[in-house]
Design a protein around this ligand. Structure first.
Ligand SMILES: *Cc1c(COP(=O)(O)O)cnc(C)c1O
Length: 355
């Protein structure tokens, strides 16, 4: 018996996308960490990604790495660590992104206690205003890091287009390389890795204008949904339909397009507004805001219009679909990254793997 709602996950398509992204980057001398945080540590998906040749995976929650401990791949923590979790970071992660000396010192003490070294990538903020040290402070903090016996400085990196929407370009990537060169020259050290961002840097890889010297990227959405994220363009030849969200129709009726009676607040405390489009054929799908991000689902059937949702009911306008649908039928949706995150996190949505 099939259970709905469900998310169908095409493992072959994921595998194809991983290989393709790895190739595209490798052609430009760039190694890739595959950022899998959106999958909530789903073991079937993670195994497929590892078996497709991904040697480094990025997660933001240690819990996932703890559960995946037995699988062999390099574990990169992409959210800068809480000082309260340094023990687990050293135990379950091989590499972490960092920006706070106090935390890096704590990581070093923990690593020394275990007679090992923990690798870090020092994050530099190039204007997006999320994590990272300011460029002017980079050399000073590296000096301090070099004193720490438990830490290996694997590289420097930056994160863009996450908070401030800043797009990677020759300017800011060039600046990252300049900072790296300055550190190397003034402290007489070698910094192996320059991690030039996430899927928003892919357009430069494809366009061939990513500056030489950027030799590492952390890619999530790019291989997951087959698109770069600076301009939201599809990446050639990648699968964009790895995931299919499926929900079941529980009601179909002809109803007016504006509610009857005095309008107060909806279930989420907002005052709803409606446009009178006359009578329409409306379908209710058993899916809701508890499972999905409403702004992030797109019906595969382009004739369907999404009207809205409450916690457990998704309301569609199917007037243009003729008699195509009846109660009990399944409606299919594409999801964006934000919606995929809610769907993966919702225990009400069955995950179904196809291969
Ligand atoms: C999530 C994340 C990524 C991956 O971002 P995508 O846009 O999905 O490629 C890379 N780096 C860091 C620090 C992240 O938090």
């Amino acid at each position: 018996m099939s259970k709905y709602p469900c998310l169908e996950i095409d493992l072959n398509k994921i595998s194809y996308n991983v290989k393709k992204i790895k190739d595209i980057c490798r052609d430009k001398g760039i190694s890739t960490a595959f950022v899998t945080k959106v999958f909530c540590g789903d073991e079937t998906i993670i195994k497929e990604i590892v078996n497709s040749g991904a040697d480094t995976l990025g997660e933001s929650r240690i819990d996932n790495f703890r559960r995946l401990k037995k699988l062999h791949f390099k574990k990169l923590l992409v959210r800068i660590p809480m000082i309260s979790e340094v023990e687990e970071v050293v135990e379950y992660c091989d590499i972490s992104l960092n920006s706070e000396l106090k935390v890096i010192q704590a990581l070093s003490r923990e690593a020394e206690n275990r007679s090992k070294k923990h690798s870090i990538i020092l994050m530099v903020d190039l204007g997006d205003l999320r994590e990272g040290v300011l460029p002017k402070d980079a050399i000073e903090i590296v000096k301090e890091i070099l004193e720490l016996k438990g830490i290996e400085l694997l590289g420097i990196g930056t994160n863009l287009t996450c908070y401030g929407g800043v797009i990677p370009d020759e300017n800011n990537m060039g600046r990252l390389l300049e900072i790296k060169n300055n550190i190397e020259e003034s402290l007489n050290i070698n910094i192996p890795l320059v991690s030039g961002g996430n899927s928003s840097s892919l357009y430069m890889v494809e366009g061939g204008n990513i500056p030489k010297g950027i030799n590492h990227l952390r890619i999530g959405e790019g291989f997951i949904l087959g698109r770069e994220t600076a301009f939201g363009k599809d990446i050639d030849h990648l699968h964009k339909d790895v995931f299919t969200l499926k929900g079941e129709i529980i009601e179909i009726k002809e109803k007016p397009s504006i509610p009857e009676g005095k309008i107060g607040l909806d279930a989420f405390g907002n005052k709803p507004e409606f446009e009178d489009k006359g009578f329409m054929k409306r379908a209710i799908v058993a899916l809701g805001k508890q499972d999905i991000l409403l702004e992030g689902i797109y019906p595969r059937d382009k004739k369907i219009e999404i009207l809205g949702a409450s916690s457990d009911h998704l309301i569609l306008n199917i007037t243009s679909c003729g008699n195509k649908y009846s109660v009990g039928d399944i409606v299919e949706f594409d999801v964006n990254y934000g919606c995929l995150l809610s769907v993966m996190t919702s225990s009400y949505i069955e995950k179904r793997y196809i291969k």
